[in-house]
Design a protein around this ligand. Structure first.
Ligand code: ADP
Ligand code: MG
Length: 150
C-alpha cells in the first residue's frame, strides 16, 4: 500500500495543506478523513474549501451529516459519525459521482459505500499543535496526485 506523510505544526499549516490539496482536485473526487475528535478533520476541510473557492464559512456537519457548498467546484462535506445505522444510505453515490468534491469525516463507518478510487487520509494527534497526516491513495490518479503534492 502506498503511503505519504505530511507533518503539520499548526492549525494554519493544516489549513494551507488542505488548500494545496484542493488545487489538484476535480469533480467526482472523494477524500476520506479519519482521526479522533479534535484531530483536525474539519480544520483541514476548511482549507480544502478555500482551495475550491468556497466563500461561505465551513462548519462541522455533525448534526446534518451532509452539507453542500458552492465553489468553483462544489464541496460536499459529510460527517457520518452520527449516522444511526451505518447501513443507511443517504444517496451517497449521487454525491460521490456528482459535480463536486466530497470530503467524508469518519468515513470508515460507511466503508462499503465508498468508491474504490479515493484518497484516504488519517490524521494523528502528536500532542500540542502537531499533527501527522498519512495519505493512502487508492487508484493511479490519487497516487500521482500524492507524489506531486509531497
Ligand atoms: P475534528 O474535525 O477532527 O474533530 P477540528 O478540526 O474540529 O477536528 O478541531 C481541531 C482542533 O485542533 C482545533 O481547535 C484546532 O485549532 C486545533 N489544532 C491545533 N493544532 C492543529 C493542527 N496542527 N492542525 C489542525 N488543528 C489543530
Ligand atoms: Mg469534525
Amino acid at each position: 500500500m502506498e503511503k505519504y506523510t505530511f507533518i503539520s505544526q499548526s492549525p494554519d499549516d493544516t489549513y494551507k495543506f488542505g488548500e494545496q490539496l484542493a488545487q489538484q482536485l476535480m469533480a467526482g473526487d472523494v477524500i476520506t478523513l479519519e482521526g479522533d475528535l479534535g484531530a483536525g478533520k474539519t480544520s483541514f476541510t476548511k482549507g480544502i474549501g478555500k482551495g475550491l473557492g468556497v466563500q461561505r464559512v465551513i462548519n462541522s456537519p455533525t448534526f446534518t451529516i451532509i452539507k453542500e457548498y458552492k465553489g468553483s467546484i462544489p464541496l460536499y462535506h459529510m460527517d457520518v459519525y452520527r449516522l444511526e445505522d451505518s447501513e443507511e444510505d443517504l444517496g451517497f453515490d449521487e454525491y460521490f459521482e456528482g459535480e463536486g468534491v466530497t470530503v467524508v469525516e469518519w468515513a470508515s463507518r460507511i466503508e462499503e459505500m465508498l468508491p474504490e478510487e479515493r484518497l484516504d487520509i488519517y490524521i494523528y494527534h502528536n500532542g500540542n499543535d502537531k499533527r501527522t497526516f498519512e495519505l493512502r491513495p487508492k487508484g493511479e490518479r490519487f497516487i500521482s496526485l500524492c507524489k506531486e503534492l509531497l
